[in-house]
Design a protein around this ligand. Structure first.
Ligand code: GLU
Length: 309
């Protein structure tokens, strides 16, 4: 596998084309862009299209990102066009005895992981030591097999620009899904390394997955990038912002009478009080001054930083 790191490194934004980007996604993209641009890095755009693709979403997402003033370097990369690279990485792990087939259904895993005393959310290793007979039974029953990592640690620590040292769960993560497609945690690691991405800025909903990804890097001999997991935008009820929360996409805001400038200004202001444009944001960007708490979208005012109690 090639892991070509270019001089200067790169940051990236990697949307899943499952629907339109909302204000929270746009804000995360803006942060990824400003982190990269203010540290002399290239900024890359990758489409994470291994699942949940909605027709037309990719084009609308890219158009919205360009409309708010973000630019990116080099050609767009789509995960669906890189399957052989994921396969090669999985083969390397398999050749070194690091994988096993798993026939568990979602339901079985859910029941096992909510059992008392087990670490929350960790795969309990049910299929790790499957006998040849049990394996044959599963195959005869037509059960699809996912491929899992045989992890030899239970935790791994990463360093995050906003969260500091973060130690989190590593379990036997799925590398190839039951439908034969590579899993997100594997693909993201392979892609970031191949693209020379050494700075990953993304929503903090992915922080808990990051120790698994960094551990995978060590097994594949890939460099671990620098991480910054940024707070999400929440709805008034404190849940992650979603389309049902009203006027949350750029198109919604424009239809409601906002201008692009007003939306961009609100996004920039939510990151740095004095910035109204991405250029102004990059002139004064200070990661240490970033709000650490989630923002709240209340439907009228675009983005309200929530105050810590
Ligand atoms: N495609 C993922 C998402 O939209 C983000 C992946 C990443 O940034 O690592 O949630």
């Amino acid at each position: 596998m090639t892991a070509v790191s270019e001089p200067g490194g790169a940051g990236r934004y990697a949307p899943s084309p499952s629907g339109d980007l909302h204000l929270g996604n746009l804000r995360t993209a803006l942060l990824a862009w400003v982190f990269a641009r203010t540290t002399g890095r290239r900024f890359l755009m990758r489409v994470d299209d291994l699942d949940r693709v909605r027709p037309g979403a990719e084009q609308r997402q890219l158009a919205d990102l360009a409309a708010i003033g973000l630019d990116w370097d080099g050609p767009l990369v789509r995960q669906s066009e890189r399957l052989e690279h994921y396969r090669a990485a999985i083969d390397r792990l398999t050749e070194s005895g690091r994988t096993y087939e798993c026939f568990c259904t979602r339901r079985e895993i859910q029941q096992a992981t909510t059992a008392p005393h087990g670490p929350m959310g960790a795969y309990p290793g049910t299929c790790r030591t499957l006998t040849a007979a049990a394996r044959a039974d599963h195959i005869a029953a037509g059960r699809p097999a996912a491929l899992r990592l045989r992890a030899d640690v239970g935790e791994f620590e990463i360093i995050d620009r906003l969260h500091g040292g973060y130690r989190g769960l590593v379990d036997d993560v799925v590398l190839r899904r039951g439908d034969g497609m590579p899993a997100y945690n594997l693909a993201v690691v392979v892609d970031d390394a191949a693209q020379g991405v050494d700075q990953v800025v993304r929503g903090d909903d992915l922080l808990a997955s990051t120790p698994r990804q960094a551990y995978l890097c060590t097994l594949l001999g890939l460099p671990i990038p620098e991480y910054a997991h940024v707070p999400l935008v929440l709805n008034a009820a404190g849940q992650r912002l979603a389309k049902r929360d009203g006027s949350v996409t750029l198109a919604d805001r424009l239809a409601g009478g906002d201008t692009v400038e007003a939306v961009v200004s609100a996004l920039c202001r939510s990151i740095s009080d004095s910035a109204r444009t991405p250029t102004q944001l990059s002139e004064h960007f200070d990661p240490s001054g970033l709000p650490r708490q989630p923002l709240t979208f209340d439907g009228n005012r675009l983005l309200q930083p929530s105050r810590c109690p």
